[in-house]
Design a protein around this ligand. Structure first.
Ligand code: ZN
Length: 407
């Protein structure tokens, strides 16, 4: 199992200077390697009107890849001696980022969307670097020992979990200062156990609400917290203020910083809320069932809920990780018709999105529309052992591909 812990750093002036110096060198290196790859593409593209029937095909130059670029770092260090001041593995990791950015460009993501062309990074736009390896005892008291930077003070607001190995360490600059992210791995904890069986007793169904954050199959609702709304309102005010400032001016820069800080605040509050909600749910049931987001594209009636969608995905990720840590489970079920089918008798009761209550003409049950959906979600999960449910998840993935094939 893998998890990540993030702590705030309190570097001194010298350490900040070093970190910022590295950011800029790595940014230049990143841009240079990206350029190397782009120009290979330019040079080796065959123009349509220059069909190589008569002309001999010119020798292809070597395509710069991860390994050749990594090897070439020696030359960089030779020409630009300041690169010797960066930890060599951190520099290598920069080449890896170029590779990943390039790979992503050619692949599609899991939703079948093409991702954008990698971009050159402007000044200040490169704000993290990674040590791919580090000593396990790098944290002592309230300091972390970063190779070639030194011992940097950190605020350990919670201790590292026992029995974990530190895999990678990433230093990043955010709106309100510097952070360290530790990626931890524990091989001794099995990443899933298949003993948990979803039954109608131990399973809770949840559905994203239109007004509330979520509704459970027990009819309980979790509202979106007021402070979250107010911090979002504050963000809007700040954004408006920013738009009135002259771009590039001192006041503008100040406003940009204020917006960035508020953005982080909103994100932090949201995450905090997600953690709390996940904990509460996992106290209520062993298995939490939710709709499979990957095939949600099919369920058109849910469109207007999409404002919440991004946050919902993040919440489900947190819920799943938390559940696995506690030996509990989440199950993703097929979302088709969860709001249309009657959770009591199973008959289909078509309704518009504006209809907020489910009132069944067949069996006479009258309940909230989203609670009806949550009960259906729970019912779909019950009876599946978790192992089987995983299979179901994969199976629904195929449904999606089939759905795409239909014109
Ligand atoms: Zn009914």
């Amino acid at each position: 199992m893998r998890t990540a812990y993030q702590y705030k750093l309190r570097p001194n002036k010298d350490q900040i200077a070093t970190i910022e110096f590295w950011f800029d060198l790595l940014r230049r290196q990143y841009n240079y390697r990206l350029g190397e790859r782009f120009s290979w593409w330019e040079e080796n593209r065959c123009p349509v009107n220059a069909c190589p029937l008569i002309m001999p095909i010119p020798q292809l130059k070597d395509n710069p890849d991860y390994y050749s670029q990594k090897k070439d770092l020696v030359n960089t260090k030779d020409k630009f001696r300041e690169y010797k001041r960066i930890h060599s593995q951190v520099l290598q990791d920069c080449i890896k980022r170029v590779k990943l950015a390039f790979d992503r460009w050619f692949k599609t993501d899991k939703n079948g969307k093409k991702l954008g062309k990698p971009r050159f990074k402007g000044k200040g736009r490169y704000h993290s670097f990674t040590y791919p390896q580090i000593k396990q005892d790098c944290i002592e008291e309230n300091k972390i020992n970063l190779p070639k930077i030194g011992r940097v003070k950190l605020i350990q607001h919670r201790p590292l979990p026992e029995g974990f190995n530190i895999k990678t360490v990433t230093i990043s600059r955010k709106a309100d200062g510097y952070y360290v992210t530790l990626s931890l791995e524990d091989k001794s904890v099995p990443s899933f156990n298949c003993d948990v069986k979803a039954t109608s007793e131990n399973t809770l169904g949840i559905d994203m609400g239109l007004k509330d954050f979520l509704l459970t199959s027990e009819g309980e609702s979790v509202p979106i917290p007021q402070y979250y709304r107010s911090s979002q309102k504050r963000l809007k005010t700040l954004q408006k203020r920013l738009s009135r400032k002259k771009k590039g001016s001192k006041r503008w820069l100040k406003a940009v910083k204020a917006v960035a800080k508020q953005h982080k605040k909103v994100a932090d509050k949201r995450q905090d809320f997600h953690f709390k909600t996940a904990n509460e749910l996992l106290l209520k049931a062993d298995v939490i069932a939710h709709e499979n987001l990957n095939i949600k594209g099919l369920a058109k009636t849910r469109l207007s809920k999409s404002i919440n969608d991004a946050a919902w995905g993040q919440f489900l990720t947190i819920l799943t990780v938390k559940a696995e840590n506690a030996g509990q489970k989440t199950i993703a079920v097929n979302p088709q018709n969860t709001s249309q089918d009657c959770s009591n008798c199973g008959e289909k009761v078509p309704k518009e999105l504006s209809q907020r209550t489910h009132s069944c003409p067949h069996c006479g049950v009258v309940i909230d529309r989203d609670v009806n959906a949550a009960i259906n979600i729970k019912k779909r999960a019950a009876g599946h052992s978790v192992l089987k449910a995983r299979g179901v998840r994969r199976g629904t993935g195929t449904t999606k591909r089939e759905a795409h094939a239909i014109p």
